[in-house]
Design a protein around this ligand. Structure first.
Ligand code: IPM
Ligand code: MN
Length: 347
């Protein structure tokens, strides 16, 4: 009997609603061909939800997210939400107790990027750091943001990075490397603690090579020598920036998937935002969401289905006949999704 899962879907704002539909079509196609079955619990969150009900992450949404087997998120227009409207992504990350976001980026055959030599995963802390949301005004002319680094979240994030390194070592049959990113010369206490936690975890994984790099040097080296990097382990803001650098070096945000996995709950979202410039036009690249769906399938233990989805996406991309605007083509989201659906090769 095929397994069955409840997926809590938070389409959110902008293209989020369009791409989550594409992701669901892929899941339904798997079910239709004897794969796992999915029920969807679609819930409100984001800027439009704030406009409607006064809060961007209603309690019922977080409860539904906790009750589901996994959560699929589209995109949220956080910039438009005033402080009293809540913080849907922060609330979800903290509420679901996920400390780390796993963000892979790699060169895809047939897609020209700035380099043809990137294959890395950024493991980014997502609940604290410079994005702690603890900001205040000292007086009218001085604003403060508190950069929070805890041993617990740093350790959890480092464990996720080393787990990724172990998995990649196995998959690729070559040694893995974890690079912990910091600015400890300036942020002596907060990055001092972060690096201490990372080094402690590194000692638990003697089979994985470990190094540290300053954020500025790391950003430059990613551009100049992308092939050096394997697993990049970073605090929240540094990881936010570096995961976009890595995506840009590969094929752009249209292919950038992510998974936020904690001990009890997990949620999955494409790295891109709401893309207001193309929202509603039906032309967003659904691949980031569909690859995110593959990460969700892997988390659920459905490796075979995850492989089927990834093979289909990369096959269509490599084939190159159907491409959305971000990849230089003019296909619609539906055309791209349909091409992926017809390439799903279920054994
Ligand atoms: C991301 C996004 C979010 C983040 C924003 C929208 C709050 O940029 O997931 O990378 O920085 O966490
Ligand atoms: Mn980002």
């Amino acid at each position: 009997m095929a397994s069955s899962y409840t997926i809590c879907v938070l389409p959110g704002d902008g293209i989020g609603t369009e791409v989550t539909d594409c992701g669901r079509q892929v899941l339904d196609a798997l079910s239709g061909r004897g794969g796992p079955r999915f029920d969807y619990d679609v819930r409100p969150a984001g800027y439009y939800t704030f406009l409607g009900v006064g809060h961007s992450l209603p309690d019922g949404t977080l409860d539904a997210a906790k009750a589901a087997d996994a959560v699929l998120v589209g995109a949220m227009d956080v910039a438009q939400i005033p402080p009293h409207g809540g913080d849907p992504l922060g609330g979800l990350r903290i509420g679901l107790e996920v400390s780390a976001s796993v963000r892979p980026s790699r060169t895809i055959d047939g897609i020209a990027g700035p380099t043809n030599d990137i294959d890395c995963v950024v493991v980014r802390e997502v609940t604290e750091g410079l994005y702690s949301r603890d900001e205040y005004m000292g007086d009218d002319d001085a604003a403060y943001a508190v950069r929070v680094v805890t041993r617990k979240a740093s350790t959890n994030t480092a464990r996720m990075a080393f787990a990724q390194a172990m998995a990649r070592q196995e998959t690729y049959g070559r040694p893995s490397l974890v690079t912990a990113v910091h600015k400890v010369g300036v942020l002596k206490l907060s990055d001092g603690l972060f690096l201490e936690a990372c080094a402690d975890v590194a000692r638990e994984f003697p089979e994985i090579a470990y190094e540290t790099a300053n954020i500025d040097t790391c950003a430059m080296d990613m551009v100049r020598n992308p092939g050096h990097f394997d697993v990049i382990l970073a605090t929240n803001a540094f990881g936010d920036i570096l995961s976009d650098v890595a995506a840009g070096l590969a094929a752009g945000l249209g292919l950038a998937a992510s998974a936020c996995i904690g001990e009890r709950w997990a949620y999955f979202e494409p790295v891109h935002g709401t893309a207001p410039d193309i929202a509603g036009k039906g032309i967003a690249n659904p691949c980031a969401t569909i690859l995110t769906v593959a990460m969700m399938l892997r988390y659920l233990g459905e490796d075979e289905s995850a492989d089927v989805v990834e093979t289909a996406v990369y096959g269509v991309l490599e084939d190159g006949k159907i491409r959305t605007g971000d990849l230089g083509g003019n296909a619609t989201s539906t055309e791209m999704t349909d091409a992926i659906l017809s390439s799903l090769k279920i054994k």
